[in-house]
Design a protein around this ligand. Structure first.
Ligand code: AGP
Length: 362
């Protein structure tokens, strides 16, 4: 049938979509470039972002995790404060809003009911909204004031992969364009840096055997697994845990490295897998300290670091990319480890139990 043709030689859509990520990043660069090769975003959208006193990112699941990264990008590059909220909470627990908030809805499908409920509520209050989505003409796109497209191509697997990286790439472009128009040119050549990201992603997609091996070694028989990181790595850990949960049914949680000692470390037993991310220079030593703490209590640590920050004990080293863009790259091992863990445990990778691709009920 048609869906098999689309899958080509791949056994699963998830694997195909993970592999498509370097291409998607290159396509996004192209789609957001003007004739001179400069990154560009509709002036209306840039003005809406620039004139807001606070941005509210609202999303669910993986898109929420992309939003957490987006907050860092917009705050650090463009200098505008950003809050990130889970849509289902925001709906009935709305924070006190400033005078000129701008809402950004991030949604692969553009159909998520929880996000739509918030969109309807904030439009009623007279606020402006931008939807970042993969689906032109989707409900969230139609009902918002502005839309930015992901250009990731159809995502079929329930577990989102290329939409997450596309969301972060588009948010980085938005942050960069706004930063430049606010005179915050910090010599970041985003086109070049995203190109480096695409190449690094390719290296990771060519390292599948390694991730298959890690999944086999750490996750074949385990009941649970923890992901730890600090800063951007923490957010990627949350995404890694969600990927693993939804397709392999292993109980997985992402934690901020520094929070471990406030409770979670009690869960560490002999052999508990702890996947630690180390791509951020300012917290490299402290996350490694956390790894030592869990190892001393019997954990089986798997450190994934970035070239330049790597140490002897690391299990896998990803190629170096700009420090703000690391999630685009460090998430790929998370996706592939989850994929192979699900495969080894005989799970239905593309259609995990109890889940739907787009959640159209609140
Ligand atoms: C991701 O792997 C999940 N299937 C899920 O969390 C998803 O990201 C969430 O339901 C949001 O969907 P959306 O991006 O289409 O709004």
């Amino acid at each position: 049938d048609a869906s098999d043709i689309e899958k080509g030689t791949y056994p699963h859509y998830m694997l195909k979509e993970t592999d498509e990520q370097p291409l998607v990043i290159r396509k996004i660069i192209q789609k957001y470039q003007d004739e001179e090769g400069n990154l560009t975003i509709d002036q209306e959208i840039v003005d809406a972002v620039k004139s807001s006193d606070r941005i509210y990112i609202v999303a669910c699941g993986t898109s929420y995790h992309a939003g957490l990264v987006g907050k860092q990008l917009i705050e650090r590059m463009a200098g505008i404060p950003v809050e990130v909220h889970v849509a289902s909470e925001f709906g009935y627990n709305m924070p006190l809003l400033p005078e000129k908030p701008l809402f950004i809805f991030i949604s692969q499908s553009g159909e998520t009911a929880d996000s739509r409920a918030v969109l309807v509520a904030v439009k009623e209050l007279g606020h402006k909204a931008l939807t970042i989505t993969n689906v032109p003409g989707s409900t969230l796109s139609r009902e918002a004031d502005y839309t930015l497209l992901l250009h990731a191509g159809p995502e079929i697997a329930v577990a989102s992969t290329k939409a997450y990286t596309a969301q972060i790439a588009v948010l980085s472009i938005l942050a960069d364009v706004v930063a430049k128009t606010r005179g915050r040119a910090d010599n970041l050549n985003l086109v070049k840096e995203l190109g480096i990201v695409a190449n690094a992603m390719e290296v990771l997609c060519d390292s599948k055997e390694e991730f298959d091996f890690i999944a086999r070694e750490y996750l074949s028989f385990t009941r649970n697994c923890f992901f730890i990181g600090r800063g951007l790595d923490y957010y990627v850990g949350l995404e890694g845990a969600l990927k693993l949960k939804e397709i392999s049914y292993i109980q997985a949680e992402g934690f901020a490295g520094g929070e471990l000692k406030h409770g979670t470390i009690a869960l560490i037993e002999e052999g508990t897998p702890v996947i630690a991310l180390a791509t951020q220079e300012n917290v490299n030593l402290s996350i490694r300290g956390n790894v030592k703490e869990v190892s001393a209590r019997g954990a089986n640590p798997c450190i994934i670091s970035m070239k330049g920050l790597d140490m002897e004990e690391d299990r896998f080293v990803i190629p170096a990319v700009h420090e703000l863009l690391t999630p685009l790259v460090s998430v790929v091992p998370m996706q592939l480890i989850a994929y192979y863990a699900a495969l080894h445990r005989d799970c239905d990778v593309d259609k995990p139990r109890n889940l739907a691709k787009s959640v159209t009920v609140e």
